[in-house]
Design a protein around this ligand. Structure first.
Ligand code: SF4
Length: 135
């Protein structure tokens, strides 16, 4: 992911604000983005090379890379873990680029794995539509 991916990331983002107010937004970013390699350039004064997901949240959308963090039985969450960002990489990680788990030696593959690598989004099931006749 790079700042050049902004248009694609914006298009796949959800059309609702990620945070309900500035306290939530800046609190979450302080706990996550402030130690992430993707926003390191912005922290060093080069905003144009900052994380495109941060910019998308400032534009009032919720990036698809933001998965809901833990909630209690009342649906409450902590500001620092309201979301888990799937693109987070610690700037202290000596090799921050994610790597797919390699195929074990001798393991046969039925299909090439490249088209199936990537982000998995778990979405709730759609409620059954009324008036639909089963096949
Ligand atoms: S990748 Fe996620 S955690 Fe990292 S700076 Fe961007 S929004 Fe923040």
């Amino acid at each position: 992911m790079s700042p050049d991916d902004y248009d694609r990331l914006y298009a796949e983002a959800r059309e609702r604000p990620a945070f309900s107010n500035g306290t939530e937004g800046y609190g979450w970013m302080a706990a996550n983005c402030d130690r992430c390699i993707h926003d390191k350039s912005a922290r060093q004064g080069n905003d144009a090379q900052g994380c495109p997901l941060v910019l998308i949240t400032l534009m009032g959308r919720t990036p698809a890379q933001f998965l809901d963090g833990p909630r209690d039985e009342e649906g409450r969450y902590g500001i620092a873990d309201q979301y888990v960002c799937t693109e987070f990489r610690s700037e202290d990680d000596p090799d921050p680029e994610p790597r797919p788990i390699p195929t074990p030696p001798g393991q046969g593959e039925l299909w090439p794995r490249e088209p199936f690598e990537g982000r998995r989004m778990l979405t709730p099931l759609e409620p059954a539509a009324e008036g639909v006749t089963p096949c």
